[in-house]
Structure formats: structure tokens, C-alpha cells
Design a protein around this ligand. Structure first.
Ligand code: HMG
Ligand code: MG
Length: 308
């Protein structure tokens, strides 16, 4: 029997932030700005543009204020940024970000490595950020890292994920991302974790953020679709990796996710051809082949047709 899937989903493009935050080759502000502008032009409803975090921890995102000033913004598009504390929030406010993202973890060990504090301390630190976001009418999103496995602790229980989801819901988050930071999750596990999270908040307040280290991200997306989730994160050309999750690769490639949705007849409002072109462009700048399987196949077919 075919499950009932949503007719439309929102794809949040996280390439400019998650895709480039761990990039070893030199990236310029101009390149990140052109990337954001191309993604805006492709039709994404939400683009995660950068982070207001310590430049000592993540130097790649140090130019986020300038980027936010210079990108071409399309009305109706949400430009989001990561803000781990009030200092980050002040940067986001100044930059006129549409959405701020606080990020916690479902395991104590990852919380310490990523943001240098315990889960409880992180929630306390996020509280003023949440209040300030509400007071300034800025959308508030939260990310729950290592929801499907932790590089330091190993297994993470769905109950631990649901507990952090509850804490973020209590802070008034509009949206909560369930993140498979290290990309080890499988569809059955994805089902269990969303089932637990859905006991706390409705499906419209949850999204799937799947890294593709073990090649499971498209399958996990399908599992989340079956659970009623309709917002997904992806990174063009599959760029990325978390600095505090060694060996973990990028998010699911946007091209692959769009190809999946197209095949399922699910609308996204995003132009796959433009994303393929952007994926090839950015991979060229980074001097390597992109990770998007559908993207590379479509680009190769296009090149063949051009020379035929
Ligand atoms: P800390 O060292 O505990 O904080 O870092 P602190 O308050 O003691 O500050 C230390 C220094 O950082 C000070 O500077 C602060 O001014 C500065 P100093 O006096 O030494 O010159 N500082 C800041 N500078 C700019 N912007 C700020 C800011 N805050 C403090 N907002 C902190 C705590 C959270 C800041 C630090 O640990 C940090 O920046 N970590 C980076 C975390 C990060 O960006 N991780 C990657 C993103 S999360 C991710 O990828 C997961 C996700 O994709 C989902 C998934 O896949 O799991 C979202
Ligand atoms: Mg991530």
C-alpha cells in the first residue's frame, strides 16, 4: 500500500552554512555571497546563510555579518543564521536575519565538544536568545544534534531526543530540526525518533536534517515523509561536515533530495536544473567533484546532449 505523503515540502538549503563551515580549501566572502544569490534564484524558501559563532571555533563563518549585508534578498525568503548565545543573537539582529537557530545536542558528550557546555547549561544559555527572538519577532528554530547517533557516546535513545525536543518546545521554538549529525541513522531508527518527537510537537514543527555519511539520508528522508514530516534540510553538491564530528560527511545533497521529491510528485518550488548548475559551479570552485549523485548524472547528461 502506498503511504500518504505530503503534496508539498519545504527544502531548507544549508550549503552556505553547514556546507562550508568545515571547508578546508580557501573560501571567499564573494563566493559565499554568489552561492546565496544563486540559491535564492533557484527558489528555496529558506537559506541558512551563516553563523554568528566564535570565529576562533569556526573561522569559515567569520564573515557572516558582511555576507548578510551584501546578499540579494528576495521577499518571502527566510535567511537564517546560527546563534548559540546572546552575542550571536545581537549579530543576527544587526544583520536583519529572518530566523535564528539555537543548537543543542541529544548527548552530553557532543554538547560539550560542540558548544562547550552541558545540555542543561545550553538550554539556560538559549533562554535569553529565545526571549529576544520573540521580542523582536524573529523566527526561532532549534537543532537537535546527534539525534540518530553520537560520535562520542554511540547510541542515542529516542527518549533522549524527545526530552531535548520538549525543552526546545518549552522555549517557544517555531521549528525543531532532528539532526543526524554523523549520518549513521537508518530508516527504522528515523521512524522511532520521529515517533518519539511527535509525541511532543506536531509534524509541522519538526524537520529532518540528515547527513549522508553512510548513504542513508535519502532513505531516512522517505521514512520521515511517511511519519508526516514536510521540511527537510539539504546542502547543494552534498557539501559539508561538522567540525566536532570527525569523519562525518556533508548533508544529503540537495540535488538528490529534489530528484526524490520530483519522482514522488511532491512540490518544492525549487528549480532542480538551477541547483544542478550551482552544484557544479561550487564544486568547480572547491576543486573537486560534488557529492550529488543525481546532480552529477544530470550534469553529465546535459554535457553529452550539448556535444551530440
Ligand atoms: P566558549 O568559549 O564557551 O564561550 O564558546 P565564551 O562565552 O567563553 O567566549 C569565548 C570567546 O568567543 C570570547 O572571545 C567571546 O567573545 C567569543 P575572546 O574574549 O576569547 O576573544 N564569542 C563569540 N564571538 C562571536 N560570536 C559569538 C560568540 N560567542 C562567544 N556568538 C561558543 C561557546 C558556543 C561561542 C563556541 O563553542 C562556539 O562558537 N562554537 C561553535 C559551534 C559551531 O558553530 N558548531 C558548528 C555548528 S552546529 C552544527 O553544525 C550542527 C547542525 O548542523 C545540526 C547537526 O548536523 O547536528 C546545526
Ligand atoms: Mg549539520
Amino acid at each position: 500500500m502506498t503511504p500518504t505523503l505530503p503534496r508539498r515540502v519545504a527544502v531548507v538549503e544549508v550549503g552556505p552554512r553547514d556546507g562550508l563551515q568545515n571547508e578546508k580549501s580557501p573560501i571567499t566572502t564573494d563566493m559565499r555571497i554568489e552561492l546565496c544569490d544563486r540559491l535564492t534564484d533557484a527558489g528555496f524558501p529558506n537559506i541558512e546563510a551563516g553563523s554568528f559563532v566564535s570565529p576562533k571555533w569556526v573561522p569559515q563563518m567569520a564573515d557572516t555579518a558582511e555576507l548578510m549585508r551584501r546578499i540579494r534578498r528576495k521577499p518571502g525568503v527566510t535567511y537564517s543564521v546560527l546563534t548559540p548565545n546572546m552575542k550571536g543573537f545581537e549579530g543576527a539582529l544587526e544583520a536583519k536575519a529572518d530566523e535564528v537557530v539555537i543548537f543543542g545536542a541529544a548527548s552530553e558528550a557532543f554538547s560539550q565538544r560542540n558548544i562547550n557546555c552541558s545540555i542543561a547549561e545550553s538550554i539556560a544559555r538559549f533562554e535569553p536568545v529565545a526571549q529576544a527572538a520573540k521580542a523582536n519577532r524573529i523566527r526561532l528554530r532549534a537543532s537537535v544534534s546527534v539525534a540518530l547517533g553520537c560520535p562520542y557516546q554511540g547510541e542515542v535513545s529516542p527518549a533522549a531526543v524527545a526530552d531535548v525536543v520538549q525543552r526546545f518546545a518549552d522555549l517557544g521554538c517555531d521549528m525543531i530540526d532532528i539532526a543526524d549529525t554523523i549520518g549513521t541513522g537508518t530508516p527504522r531508527q528515523t521512524h522511532s525518533v520521529f515517533e518519539a518527537a511527535l509525541r511532543v510537537v506536531p509534524p509541522g514543527r519538526l524537520s529532518g536534517h540528515f547527513h549522508d555519511t553512510y548513504g542513508m539520508a535519502v532513505a531516512n528522508t522517505y521514512a520521515a515523509l511517511e511519519a508526516g514530516i514536510s521540511t527537510f534540510h539539504a546542502s547543494v553538491a552534498g557539501m559539508g561536515g561538522c567540525p566536532y564530528a570527525k569523519g562525518a560527511t556533508g548533508n544529503v545533497a540537495t540535488e538528490d533530495l529534489l530528484y526524490l521529491f520530483q519522482g514522488l510528485g511532491i512540490e518544492t518550488g525549487v528549480d532542480l536544473a538551477k541547483v544542478v548548475e550551482t552544484g557544479q559551479w561550487v564544486s568547480g570552485l572547491l576543486g573537486r567533484k560534488g557529492q550529488a549523485r543525481a546532480g552529477n548524472a544530470i550534469a553529465a547528461k546535459r554535457a553529452d546532449a550539448a556535444t551530440a
